[in-house]
Write a protein of this length. Structure first.
Length: 138
């Protein structure tokens, strides 16, 4: 169930994807990511996540570092992030423990921050696996 009003949701369809990222800073990300996914479709969402990654990454290293996240988060309208939130985001997303976020780790983190989208993704994966099993058995 979303906490965003129907009026606000309907207005989002007139925003460009980049504007939606800025609006996300003022809304509950957990509720907004599924709206973006519905508007852009799977490929469009992944492209926007990739664009977000590129905005936040350290250009020389090709990954998001703690420093690049601090420095570049304002580009996405996240200038009010507190230091502990930045550190927590890095820690939560850093699956391999190298202190940096790869593009894959960043995308996974964005999905994990949206339980509704995560559940939809798991449902699609289960369905695809079931179809594969059914096709293999035929």
């Amino acid at each position: 169930q979303t906490n965003i009003s129907h009026s606000t949701l309907s207005k989002l369809f007139f925003y460009s994807p980049f504007d939606i990222i800025k609006v996300m800073a003022e809304m509950d990300f957990e509720d907004l990511l599924p709206v973006i996914a519905n508007k852009l479709g799977g490929e469009g969402l992944m492209k926007e996540l990739s664009n977000g990654f590129e905005l936040l990454m350290d250009k020389d290293k090709g990954v998001i570092t703690l420093e690049s996240l601090r420095k570049n988060s304002a580009l996405m309208g996240l200038e009010d992030l507190k230091e502990d939130e930045v550190v927590s985001m890095m820690r939560e997303g850093d699956v391999d423990g190298d202190g940096e976020l790869s593009e894959m780790e960043f995308c996974v983190l964005m999905f994990r921050l949206s339980p509704q989208l995560m559940e939809e993704s798991w449902s699609l994966l289960r369905q695809a696996l079931q179809n594969e099993v059914n096709n293999h058995d035929s």
